[in-house]
Design a protein around this ligand. Structure first.
Ligand SMILES: [Zn+2]
Length: 118
């Protein structure tokens, strides 16, 4: 497995555990840590939601959405947590944002219809 240098004008292939890029010296290790970070936050959010700590889960999902605004899974999770916390306006905003990019997204469609039933 190799890691591609994130700099577009470099793009050198590096060994997976390289600290820095062989060609340009970019800090690859740091970059890998940053790209894995939203996943970590998302998993922590899921764990918090499962433990019933919805307010904590919402903060974590909000952080993921901040990092990855196009991540529909994270935005769906954020919308659902807002919904469960009774913040229907925020839930609506995030589900609408998901549907904007992915019309027909099953979770967002379902969420929106649940709000309409209230
Ligand atoms: Zn490089």
């Amino acid at each position: 497995m190799t890691v591609r240098c994130p700099l577009t004008d470099c793009g050198a292939e590096n060994v997976a555990d390289a600290e820095t890029c062989v060609r340009c010296g970019s800090p690859l290790r740091e970059f890998a840590r940053l790209t894995a970070y939203p996943d970590q936050l998302f998993n922590q959010g899921l764990a918090a939601a499962q433990a019933g700590e919805l307010a904590v889960a919402r903060e974590l999902f909000a952080a993921v959405v901040h990092w990855c605004p196009l991540d529909a899974e994270a935005r769906n999770a954020l919308a659902l947590t807002n919904f469960q916390l009774g913040d229907h306006q925020a839930a609506h905003t995030h589900w609408a944002a998901v549907l904007d990019r992915c019309p027909g997204d099953a979770m967002a469609v379902e969420g929106m219809s649940r709000m309409l039933e209230l």
